[in-house]
Write a protein of this length. Structure first.
Length: 78
């Protein structure tokens, strides 16, 4: 049981907490149809691109918010 609990919190800390910290996911008001799932996929893709560049999620998101061209560059290069 302890191993199951640890596995659960690893997922929570690795994914959900990071998405909420970087993208304020819990504050998102989108709740209809498949929009929440689609936004989660977009956030996951953004996190993957950020991690590929070996950056920290929240500072990278803030930097990309101020410089959108820098945010698009990794998508085009992938």
């Amino acid at each position: 049981m302890l191993a199951l609990a640890r596995d659960h919190w690893q997922i929570e800390n690795r994914l959900f907490r990071v998405r909420d910290g970087a993208f304020a996911e819990d504050a998102c008001r989108v709740r209809t149809r498949s929009a929440p799932q689609n936004l989660a996929h977009i956030r996951d893709a953004a996190l993957n691109l950020i991690r590929r560049r070996k950056l920290s999620p929240k500072p990278a998101r803030e930097a990309f918010a101020h410089n959108p061209k820098a945010a698009i560059r990794p998508v085009v290069q992938s």
